[in-house]
Design a protein around this ligand. Structure first.
Ligand SMILES: [Fe+2]
Length: 248
C-alpha cells in the first residue's frame, strides 16, 4: 500500500451494531445541574430517551466529584437521581437509572475512601479519573486503599491520558494491582485526537478493557455513538462476554 493510501485508509464499516447487547451504560453525567453534564431535567429526559432508542436498558450515571469544582455528596447525587427517576416514570420511559460517581483523584477522594463515604455500583465498583495534565503521584497508594477497603477500582477513560500513551508497562502494573479499565466509546471516533483513538484500539486489541461507557455530557455524544455503530473496534469489544456492562 502506498503512503497516501495508508494515511487515508478508511476503517472497514460493518453493519450497524445493535447496542442492546451492551445492556448498561456505565459512565455519564445525567443528573441535572450538578456538574458539567445535563443542565436541566428536560435535557436529562431527552438524553435518557435517546439511550433507550439506541437500545440501552439501563444507565448508571456518574456525576463528577472533585474537591475544587464539584463537591457532590451522596445526598446531592441521590436526591437528583430521585428527581430524574420520577420524571422517567411521568414520561413513561422504560430505561432504568442508577447513580454512582466519577471521583477525581485528589486529597478529597482519599478522605472519602478513609471515611468509607463513596458511591459504588454493582459489586462495590468505583469509577475514578485522573488529571489530563499531570501524571498522578499517588495512584498506587489510592489503588491500595481502595482494594484493601473492599472496593473494585475502575480507571475512567484510560485511553485519554497523554502520560499513559503507549506506556504499556505502567498500565500493566495498574492492572496487576487490581485496576479495571474503562474506555469511552467516542474515543474510537478520533474526537479526542488520533493518539487517543489509537490507544483505544490498542487497548481493545490487547483485551485490556473491562468496561465501556458513553461519558455522555450532551446529545452530541450520543449522536456520535450512533455513528460509531459501524465501527469495527466497537463491534470487537461488544463481543467480549465478560464486559461488565452486560452483567450490571
Ligand atoms: Fe466523565
Amino acid at each position: 500500500m502506498n503512503f497516501f493510501k495508508r494515511i487515508f485508509k478508511s476503517e472497514p464499516k460493518l453493519e450497524p451494531l445493535d447496542l442492546s447487547v451492551l445492556k448498561t451504560d456505565l459512565h455519564s453525567h445525567l443528573i441535572p445541574g450538578i456538574d458539567d453534564g445535563s443542565k436541566s431535567l428536560e435535557e436529562s429526559i431527552a438524553l435518557l430517551k435517546r439511550f433507550q432508542e439506541l437500545g440501552y436498558s439501563k444507565v448508571i450515571t456518574t456525576p463528577h466529584v472533585m474537591s475544587d469544582f464539584y463537591r457532590n455528596t451522596p445526598e446531592i447525587i441521590l436526591s437528583g437521581l430521585a428527581e430524574v427517576k420520577s420524571a422517567i416514570e411521568k414520561e413513561g420511559l422504560e430505561i432504568e437509572i442508577e447513580a454512582a460517581a466519577e471521583y477525581y483523584l485528589d486529597d478529597y477522594f482519599e478522605d472519602l475512601i478513609a471515611k468509607n463515604n463513596l458511591l459504588t455500583f454493582g459489586d462495590n465498583y468505583i469509577l475514578f479519573e485522573l488529571s489530563f495534565q499531570n501524571p498522578p503521584t499517588r495512584i498506587k497508594e489510592v489503588i491500595f486503599s481502595l482494594i484493601t477497603g473492599g472496593y473494585k477500582p475502575i480507571l475512567a477513560h484510560v485511553e485519554r491520558y497523554p502520560f499513559y500513551f503507549n506506556e504499556w508497562d505502567t498500565l500493566e502494573d495498574l492492572r496487576n494491582r487490581g485496576t479495571n479499565f474503562q474506555l469511552n466509546i467516542n474515543s474510537l471516533s478520533g474526537q479526542y485526537g488520533p493518539q487517543v483513538k489509537k490507544m483505544g484500539q490498542d487497548l481493545i486489541n490487547r483485551n485490556w478493557i473491562e468496561v465501556i461507557g458513553s461519558d455522555c455530557h450532551h446529545m452530541r455524544h450520543l449522536d456520535s455513538i450512533n455513528e460509531l455503530r459501524t465501527n469495527a473496534h466497537l463491534h470487537k469489544i461488544s463481543k467480549k462476554t465478560e464486559l461488565l456492562n452486560k452483567f450490571i
